[in-house]
Design a protein around this ligand. Structure first.
Ligand SMILES: [Zn+2]
Length: 232
């Protein structure tokens, strides 16, 4: 028994969901689960196929990216997770995939416009695409800077990480987060669906119109906010 068993299990379950939901191939992608009281998170080890993972193989890392417990090397994206946990103070889970449609938008360097109510149920703005890093950032501590790339994308648009739990990293792929690892994975799946729907919308009609403000507000508030009435 270890005090980290709970987050190891959460991280394992979240990682295993990624291939099950069709969001990753081979060893692409990673998910992590944080313990805010212990100031650590559990993350997938680097380069191990999903079928060979187990809760014990999850690596425990602190919010500066230093290994606390575990024999394997953590995911190469660990520093990005660490930066996000340190700066987004209420999140408990992060997921990163190269899911096809969301990555297509990231590679196009475009925010995903809010075209429909599926999108509005989850967030009221376009999904931000963070601008590519400058060359010094790329040559420096790349994964660490990716965290700031995400933080800056929200800051430039005056958005809060609590209102928008998904960002496309320009030329790369999406990162999502949430109150726990399961919610972060859920957001990765939702983002992929929103990206696919937006792609189809523009294919059907290149000059499709954004959702009206009244519908954005209605759909978001049905699920969120103090007068929400969606679900049980
Ligand atoms: Zn990646």
């Amino acid at each position: 028994m270890s005090k980290y068993d709970d987050i190891r299990q959460q991280a394992y379950d979240a990682n295993m969901q990624l291939p099950e939901l069709g969001l990753v191939l081979f060893t692409f992608g990673n998910a992590s689960a944080a313990d805010r009281n212990l100031h650590v998170f559990a993350i997938k080890p680097s380069g191990i196929p999903y079928k060979d993972l187990s809760p014990e193989k999850m690596v425990i890392v602190d919010f500066d990216g230093k290994i606390v417990e575990g024999n394997l090397r953590p995911s190469s994206d660990t520093l990005t997770h660490a930066v996000l946990y340190k700066n987004f103070e209420t999140i408990g889970g992060i997921a990163h995939t190269h899911s096809t449609y969301a990555t297509g938008w990231a590679q196009s360097l475009r925010d995903i416009p809010i075209y429909g109510t599926t999108h509005a149920d989850h967030t009221t703005c376009d999904i931000p695409c963070a601008a590519p890093m400058n060359d010094e950032m790329i040559e420096g501590d790349y994964e660490y800077q990716t965290g700031f790339q995400i933080i800056n994308a929200l800051r430039q648009r005056n958005l809060s990480y609590e209102d928008v739990e998904m960002v496309l990293v320009g030329n790369h792929a999406p990162f999502t987060w949430g109150k726990n690892a399961a919610k972060a994975v859920y957001n990765s799946a939702v983002l992929e669906e929103i990206a696919k729907m937006a792609f189809i919308t523009e294919t059907v009609k290149a000059d499709a119109l954004r959702l009206k403000d009244a519908l954005i507000k209605k759909h978001y508030e049905r699920k969120h906010g103090k007068n929400s009435y969606y679900g049980q």
